[in-house]
Structure formats: C-alpha cells, structure tokens
Design a protein around this ligand. Sequence first.
Ligand SMILES: [Zn+2]
Length: 295
Amino acid sequence: MEKSSKFLIFKGRTNVLIVTNDNKEAIIVDTGIDEDSGRKIAKFLNQNSLTPVAIINSHSHADHIGGNSYLEKKFKIQSYSTKNECAFIENPLLEPLYLYEAFPPESLTIKTLAAEPSSCNSIEEFNINEFGIEIIRLPGHSIDMIGLKIGGELLFTADAFFGIDTLIKHKIPYHVNVKNSYLTLLMLKEEVKKFNAVLPSHGDLIQSQSEAEDAILKNINAILEVRDLIVNSFESKKEVESVISQVLNHYGFSNVPLAQYFLLKSAIMSYFAWLLDEKILSLETEDGRLVAKKI
Ligand SMILES: [Zn+2]
C-alpha cells in the first residue's frame, strides 16, 4: 500500500512544514530563527496531538535552523540535512565567517547570521519513505539546499524562490551560487506543474500552477536583472568595490546595517563567479585593488 502522508503549515516569517503519518508522528521541516520559534513549533505540535520524530533542515541559514537546538532537547530528536548543509548547521559560525571572509566581529555573529549549533545527520540516514515523501535537490540559494515532495500534493521549495512580496522587499534575492539557483529555477518552473500546491519558505502557499510559475519567473527575472546591471556597468574594466556600490545604490541599499551589507556583497560576488566562469569577465588585481575586466 502506498504510504499516505499529510502536512500542516505553521506560517511565520519562515514557514515551518510539518509532515505527518497515520500514526500521528511528525517531521518538522525547518525550525525558524531561535529558541522562541522552537517553543511555538512545540506548542503547535502539542495542539495537533503530534509526536515529532525528526527535524529536516532544508538548508543551514539561521532563520531555518534556529529552533533546532530547543526542539532536539525537548523531544530527544535529531536533525537531518545534506552533508554540506550539515557542516554549517553543526558550525553556524561558518556563515558569518564566509560572509566576512575572516573570523567575524561580534557584530556579525547575531542570530540572523549565526544560529545556535545543533546536531546534524545526513538525510540519507533518515528513512523518509516512512512518511511517503521525497527529497528534491535545490542547490544555489545555499550550497546544497533541499526541498520536499509530498505525493502530487505539495512541493516545498524552501528558499529556491521567494514569494512575490518577499522578492519585492529583498530586491537582490540571496543566492550563494546564483548560477546554480538559475538552473534550479528553470527546473522548478517545469516541476511545479506536477503539484497541487507549492510552498516557499518565505511567502504564502501557492495553490495555482500559473501563480507558481509566475512567482518563479519573477525570481528568474530578478536574477537576470542584477546580472545585466553588473555586465552593463562595464565599458572595459572596473574596480569590483565600485560595481558593488553601484548595484547597492541602484536598489536603494546605500546605507544598510553591516550584516545586510555583507549579505548583499556576497550575493553580488556570486554574480561575479558566474560571469567569470562564463568568461564574460576576468578578475585581477591592479594597484592593490580587485579589478574586473570585460573579455
Ligand atoms: Zn535561506
């Protein structure tokens, strides 16, 4: 007999997906930003008479793993993700470390960038078949992000794309490997046609395929817009720092908090990697400055 699974959505700034089986057991998919999020999830499970058996983290960003530590202790459960994401979940300081490109100052170890560490096991060690769900790889937004397929009912897409309101607010959506994100989005544009509903981590549940496709297209266009802005800012060569400042000013991010600056800078540097790999730009140093040249 086919395994039947159901799901509940605990809406929040980061949506939490709860997958349940016939025995009232539950998998918690992502845990919000902090211990308080963990407490709210625990209460929600209690209200629905569910017993959690595991946490699956779509990826290691702080707003998806912040409740792990609390929930692991409270329910004596373990967290699972891909091996590459686990490295960050177990060592959350790695995130501000790569954003800052050195050991970060305390002002960058805030909870939005570095969650409390928690355990993490490879998703391959968890028998997801018990819940009738499948993993879908969604690399790009983070190194090795995953989403979930629940039959033909729901496709959970984590941060592969953002709900339109979130996209409008963020303007430059964060992708650590924007080339992979672009490829993931092209794949998802077709994949969403197979599901009744699609749930991004940030945004509302999308219950129409055309709406899902539209949201994905808008996310693709947002990526291409930033890419074009960078490419078109070149005549021949330009200091990387001045391209970053041009992009930030273009989107109205002229004076942002430090944490946001480093996130945006990392997002923009990902476009440079894409353009370097495609041999559209080259990168070199000149007079102690990092300079990009159009090839
Ligand atoms: Zn994220």
